[in-house]
Design a protein around this ligand. Structure first.
Ligand code: NAG
Ligand code: NAG
Ligand code: NAG
Ligand code: NAG
Ligand code: NAG
Length: 404
């Protein structure tokens, strides 16, 4: 039954790839999968600092802008608030199928005003760069988490920054949520902001030390047959002696971008390309000042939090706490764990009930896609009129239903 379903969906995915009119289009926008091995066809991007590759991936929006984790940038103060503008930031874009690629100098980096370098809340920034003649690339941000039936965890790297030769991306598919209460126990930020974070223990060999396992760089939301980038690696919580490359228990947290899209629009001054299904439940966070809940306390005893560029860890390990066993810590932790567990159980129950109720809508959910969210009525419409790379191109669709 389940297998039959999967085969059907795969077949649907394949036929969509072949029938899709965008397959022949010049600009590759939204990836339609025919298999996970096609990932190299995605446009991916890496952050370079002072000419060296980092482990930090960039979620492109256009050939001129993208999201980058805030803790991948350098700061001059110990509080991590003042950007070091002496560091040279560059964006390396993979060729994918077509469109802008190469190495571009950042022209502006804008850190989310609610970024908290201690807890890594709102760990997101916008990097703007000089693209190819203004950029011919549009890359969609997955903006509706309930759409995602599966997740692709991806790690990209180049052999060396100067050659621009990309290694094949490492990819794994994963959607289990069995670790959620452990994820919350290890990191208070996750406990309060599960809608904005994805957490698990997945790892892949670091390209600077193959015996060291590091998290993936980005996460894609999959809703067969479409795939769009949804989250970026934010930080990790490591138990024990605080060594990152050890066999200690480690939880990795990825920041989901959907709640930061309108903030991004306020920075780049135009509509951000987002991808979601056309379901009545779809809601968009219109608040450009959106913030996660900042936890208090921000860290837990016996856990070290890392983030940023994992290839140059010495300079980016941010929080070390090695207190002796906190007398009150354990019971509080267990109680909170229990509460989180119960909430999760209730959440799961609600999810399955809802899923059952929504079953009759299943067809429309798969077939109807809208690539652009509603406009914020308070925003000046003319600023966001042209979602495509070329506002003068009459062939630019503003919405695009998939045809099978
Ligand atoms: C700022 O960045 C430059 C280049 O990366 C580095 O040499 C310098 O030490 C940094 N300044 C501070 C105050 O961290
Ligand atoms: C590489 O990782 C291993 C395992 O985590 C660690 O023991 C070793 O010291 C690392 N090597 C280097 C050169 O950092
Ligand atoms: C966002 O914050 C800025 C600065 O604090 C404020 O001027 C603006 O009105 C806020 N916008 C919304 C939609 O809350
Ligand atoms: C843990 O969080 C508190 C604030 O809640 C902060 O004062 C402290 O410095 C943090 N510990 C470390 C080691 O970062
Ligand atoms: C990181 O620390 C180790 C040992 O403390 C040192 O040998 C290494 O050179 C440092 N790496 C960087 C990039 O600073």
């Amino acid at each position: 039954m389940k297998l039959g379903h999967t085969v059907l969906r795969l077949a649907a995915g394949l036929s969509a790839v072949f029938a899709s009119p965008t397959f022949a289009e010049n600009n590759w926008r939204l990836f339609r999968r025919s298999g996970t091995e096609d990932l190299k066809n995605f446009k991916g991007a890496l952050l370079l600092k002072n000419g060296e590759q980092t482990s930090c991936e960039i979620a492109l929006m256009y050939g001129t802008s993208g999201f980058v984790p805030a803790n991948c940038l350098d700061y001059t103060d110990s509080a991590g608030k003042i950007l070091n503008t002496t560091t040279s930031y560059e964006v390396l874009i993979s060729n994918g199928l077509t469109g802008t690629y190469g190495r571009f100098m950042a022209t502006q980096t804008t850190v989310n005003p609610n970024y908290d370098p201690e807890s890594f809340a709102n760990n997101i920034a916008i990097i703007q760069f000089s693209g190819n003649g203004g950029g011919d690339l549009v890359n969609y941000i997955a903006s509706w988490r309930p759409d995602w039936t599966n997740l692709y965890f991806v790690r990209r790297s180049v052999m060396e920054a100067t050659s621009g030769l990309w290694n094949p991306p490492t990819l794994t598919t994963y959607s289990a949520n069995s670790e959620l209460s452990d994820c919350a126990r290890a990191n208070p930020l996750f406990m309060y902001n599960q809608q904005d974070l994805i957490c698990n223990q997945l790892g892949t060999a670091s390209m600077v030390n193959t015996s060291c396992s590091i998290p993936y760089g980005s996460v894609y939301g999959v809703n067969n047959p479409n795939v769009a980038i949804a989250a970026l690696y934010s930080h990790s919580a490591v138990y024990g002696d605080g060594e990152f490359c050890s066999n200690n228990k480690i939880y990795n947290y990825y920041i989901v971008m959907q709640n930061y899209v309108h903030w991004a629009m306020s920075v780049i001054g135009k509509k951000a390309p987002v991808f979601h299904t056309r379901v009545p439940e779809y809601t968009e966070n219109l608040d450009p000042n959106y913030s996660m809940v900042i936890p208090n306390p921000k860290n837990v005893s016996g856990v070290t939090v890392y983030g940023g560029d994992l290839y140059h860890l010495n300079s980016t390990a941010t929080e070390t706490e090695k207190e002796d066993d906190d007398k009150s810590g354990m019971p509080v932790g267990s109680i909170i764990g229990l509460i989180v567990g119960l909430l999760l159980l209730l959440g799961l129950l609600a999810y399955f009930l809802r899923k059952k109720l929504l079953k009759k809508y299943a067809d429309t959910r798969v077939r109807r896609w809208w690539f652009f969210g509603r406009f914020n009525k308070e925003e000046k419409e003319e600023e966001f009129r042209a979602p495509g790379p070329d506002p003068n191109d009459p062939h630019q669709p503003t919405s695009y239903p998939v045809q099978f």
